[in-house]
Design a protein around this ligand. Structure first.
Ligand code: SF4
Length: 291
């Protein structure tokens, strides 16, 4: 995959609508493109205008300088999100350390942070995250399949699920608010009781405070085309089943969503895992991990 440096004009984007999932006020992308190559990734959709998503990663070479300037001007402290649209801990981050340097800047300015990733590489920034956690730091790991081999098929460039879970355990042991985003759950591939049960059990064993689920996937334009090509290669015959089940629909819930959701909520209740995360609350006492 080609790597190119670019100069960005702006780094922090305001989140306009209240973010009921992660409580984000600002969003930050350090890269364009993603080396994890998940076959279902929505960032390939035409509306985001990311050309060559699977062929190149653009590195915002001036990101740290911009972040310092922009945070110095912010009057309202609010959670900064890292990780929508591309994973800040893709393999390239091990050399470039953009996320690591950005977290150090954020720690100096005292802003809260939420990171979403599929990588245990986040552990390289444990010190900065712990410092930010004096205000608030949360890390969500995306896990859609409990089985390493299955996850490697649908998320070929991402670290093993078992490595993500071990990283979550370390963060939990250090008092960070950490859990899973279990989304998307893919029809005919991941929408079975055994997968959901194993994810919840593994999450519990590795200190998850929460699991946020989505029983289905969204599909549109070139993202759908890429996903269907992936199905043809990895799961012959499934494309036709998807086409029959969903046609041109964007929201594609799994037919068994209600039953799986009931099972999921019951398992989370048994294990004491929340089904949503606790976002940063200005002035509120910080939540401590019970793990
Ligand atoms: S890690 Fe996230 S951004 Fe990267 S390819 Fe996978 S779904 Fe897309």
């Amino acid at each position: 995959m080609a790597i190119k440096e670019i100069q960005a004009k702006v780094l922090l984007a305001h989140v306009r609508q209240p973010d009921t999932w992660f409580g984000l006020r600002y969003n930050m992308n350090l890269y364009r493109g993603c080396q994890h190559r998940c076959i279902y990734c929505d960032s390939r959709s035409e509306c985001y205008q990311i050309e060559h998503f699977d062929r190149q990663v653009l590195v915002k070479a001036n990101a740290i300088e911009l972040l310092q300037k922009e945070l110095a001007r912010k009057r309202v402290v609010g959670t900064i999100g890292l990780g929508s649209m591309k994973d800040p801990y893709m393999p390239l981050e091990a050399q470039v350390n953009l996320a690591g340097r950005a977290l150090q800047v954020i720690a100096r300015f005292g802003f809260p942070v939420h990171v979403i990733t599929k990588s245990d590489l986040v552990l390289k920034d444990l010190d900065a995250l712990c410092e930010i956690n004096q205000v608030y730091a949360a890390v969500s790991f995306t896990v859609t399949a409990a089985d390493d081999d299955l996850a490697k098929k649908v998320e070929p460039g991402a670290p093993l699920v078992s490595a993500r879970l071990r990283a979550m355990r370390v963060l939990a042991e250090h008092g960070l608010h950490t859990g899973l985003t279990m989304m998307p759950v893919l029809l005919f591939i991941e929408d079975n009781e055994e997968n959901i049960r194993q994810i919840v059990e593994q999450a519990h064993a590795h200190g998850a405070a929460y699991i946020m689920p989505s029983f289905g996937v969204t599909l549109r334009d070139r993202q759908r085309a890429y996903y269907y090509d992936g199905l043809d290669e990895l799961f012959p015959g499934l494309r036709q089943k998807y086409e029959r089940a969903y046609g041109e629909r964007y929201h594609c819930p799994v037919p068994d969503a209600e039953r799986l959701s009931s099972l999921f909520h019951e398992l989370c209740r048994q294990y004491g895992i929340a089904t949503h995360m606790t976002p940063y609350q200005p002035g509120a006492a910080k939540q401590l991990s019970l793990f």
